[in-house]
Ligand binder design. Sequence first.
Ligand code: FES
Length: 496
Amino acid sequence: MAVSTTKRKYSLVGENTILALQRGLAEATWYTSPVPKEQLRELLERRDGPALRDTILWFALLIASGVSGYALWKAGSWWAVIPFMVYGAVYATSSDSRWHESGHGTAFKTDWMNNVLYEIASFMDMRESVPWRWSHVRHHSDTIIVGRDPEIVFPRPPDIRGLLLGFFSLRTIPLYFRHVLLHAAGRLTPEEKTYVPESEYGKTFLRARIYLLIYAAVIGLAIYQRSLLPLMFVGLPQLYGAWLLPIYAHPQHAGLAENVLDHRLNCRTVYMNGLNRFLYWNMNYHVEHHMFPLVPYHNLQRLHELVKADMPTPYRNLFEAWRELVPAVLRQVKDPSYYVERRLPTPTLSPEVPHGPRILTAKGRVVNGWLEVCVSGFLKPEDVVRFDHAGKTYAIYRTLDGRLYATDGLCTHAGAHLALGFVKGTLIECPKHNGRFDFTDGSPQRKPVCVALQTFPAKEHDGKIFLQLTPSGENREGLGRQGDAVSGPLKVAAAA
Ligand code: FES
């Protein structure tokens, strides 16, 4: 059988980028498994408890192994190898899942805790916190889309030598420092400029300079003490402790399909024991995470139970996943067109309405310029519905105390339907990249969203919800504030 040996081009500024855009593979709509709305709402609930417990335990492990390693090293004992093995793996491997979860803003309910953990874990994992945040946003938009995804670890044909060196970060460390130096000098690569917004350049340069200062201080201390010991705590763990990360992380996507808009075909879910899931913060449920990035890590196992009938068979353990990926990757060296085809189950529910019947259209009644949307009971407290009218999509929200608000239905970042997002207080969190808006005024509250949503007055009258199609702030005379109850009789006018 003839095989294709063509080397694919993964540049983010090359011909495949143009092709991906032309084929509609960039910022596209991806398949979502059906999950009953109420159950999904429960899973989206944020808590501080699980991540506080796991973070305290994580730091306790680092401190205990670090102190033991320090004491044994100072005593001149080779037994120091054992605690440093633990320290290195916990430092360099587990930091990866920590920046990841806190970067999504789903680890803690309290956002400053997410931000603190994100900065610390990114530094430990040798990821530059600012450009990496944006790189990961793109990875979620365009997962394994050639020419768009900056985080494809297994290009075709794969670089086997580079992959082996990766077990000791020997490929990533030089690349990392090259980028840090470039950023510290006030520059970005052309590829980075395709996903890092200009407003973030200053922060990127500042972080890079801070990183260099920290490394300079640690190296200075090592020279002063004439000892490698300070570097064993910062810097070198990436060399001697990162070996565990590829074991966990390579099964995520290696050997699977490129350029598909279904995470079930390009991600793996692999069962792991409790210890591995603690170290990896449940990222073994990788299909579920990509499909529902709003769900916190501590709920992924429950989410898996809800969607597993709609998923390819999960791998029983890491060994089973590696037993598939090693031959697949080796085969791709000779035949870059080869990939592992995951078998999808027969659909049992319509994928058109993934979270229940939430798409509303106009009922046809206009009352004093207000368009009837639905009966009041349809929109529960702290919830959102999608409303489509005249080719435009709106999102209508109800707060816990019953006030109504309405905004554009599509996220200003990459056009995801906000009605599939998560309402908490007066915030709507976008289902695609966890960006947040205050829906009372449309203002952006969490990156990657930077542009405000347009808002519209919404009202309740006579057991029905009505929407005013003139944006808030325009032609508002006599309408009252958004969120107010409508008073007085309304005159029913002609259908829209
Ligand atoms: Fe990216 Fe909404 S589409 S945050």
